[in-house]
Design a protein around this ligand. Structure first.
Ligand SMILES: Cc1cc2nc3c(=O)[nH]c(=O)nc-3n(C[C@H](O)[C@H](O)[C@H](O)COP(=O)(O)O)c2cc1C
Length: 211
């Protein structure tokens, strides 16, 4: 009889433990997108650790799963995780802008490369079109939120439009192999964060309910 009681108590304990684990997992699942939105920051300092290709693939696929006008998916993504490419690109750009204001912000003690020091970069291009900006914005935010969930940092870099407009960068731009008619819109720096910046302020007065 005592053994029976002990077995029942043990079973009850196990069921309670399993239920607690399930509840925690479920609640995390339900709030994970909002959590990622709250946690995401633009990261500009990264550890010298490569990002696993499997994770980069997941990020890119999350991007492509974004909505696009008429599901035309008019975008192209190029993922670069070659240190040689990133460093070569940086050296070429620094040489091209040497002595100008463009070079100034980069010459800081923590500077590693022109992609905000990230170990991987996702370049995004699209043809010109009415909804091009909207499509690419949706794609980019999907990637950044997925990266946050995977413990990765990101920074959207609109500056690549200027960087790759330098004639000296033509070879690197061409090596991305975007289709004819596609223009580089932005890049996403991706890597393991080496900083935890505070959230930048947001102006919630921009939101109004219309009665
Ligand atoms: C279209 C776009 C272009 C951006 N370009 C750059 C850039 O070239 N360099 C950079 O360091 N950050 C860039 N950012 C990041 C913004 O500075 C950043 O999102 C903003 O300051 C808010 O900070 P948070 O992302 O940490 O919330 C860009 C963001 C967007 C959306």
């Amino acid at each position: 009889m005592i053994i029976m009681k002990q077995i029942v108590s043990l079973l009850a304990l196990c069921i309670t433990a399993l239920l607690s684990v399930w509840l925690v997992t479920e609640s995390q699942k339900q709030s994970s997108v909002i959590d990622a939105i709250e946690a995401r920051r633009s990261i500009r300092a990264y550890k010298d650790v490569p990002v696993e290709r499997e994770k980069l693939q997941i990020l890119a696929e999350c991007g492509v799963k974004a909505p696009s006008a008429m599901n035309k998916q008019e975008w192209e993504l190029r993922i670069v995780d070659s240190k040689e490419w990133i460093d070569g690109c940086t050296a070429t750009y620094l040489k091209a802008v040497e002595g100008t204001d463009k070079a100034k912000y980069m010459l800081t003690p923590t500077f590693k490369n022109i992609f905000r020091n990230a170990s991987a970069v996702i370049f995004v291009a699209a043809p010109e079109g009415r909804f091009s900006g909207v499509n690419l914005g949706m794609l980019g935010e999907n990637i950044m939120l997925a990266a946050t969930e995977l413990g990765l940092g990101t920074c959207c870099l609109g500056s690549v439009q200027m960087t790759f407009a330098e004639p000296a960068m033509a070879e690197y731009l061409a090596s991305l192999g975007f289709s004819d008619g596609y223009q580089l819109s932005y890049a996403l720096a991706v890597g393991y964060p080496d900083e935890s910046p505070e959230a930048k302020p947001r102006d919630m007065s921009k939101i109004k309910f219309v009665e």
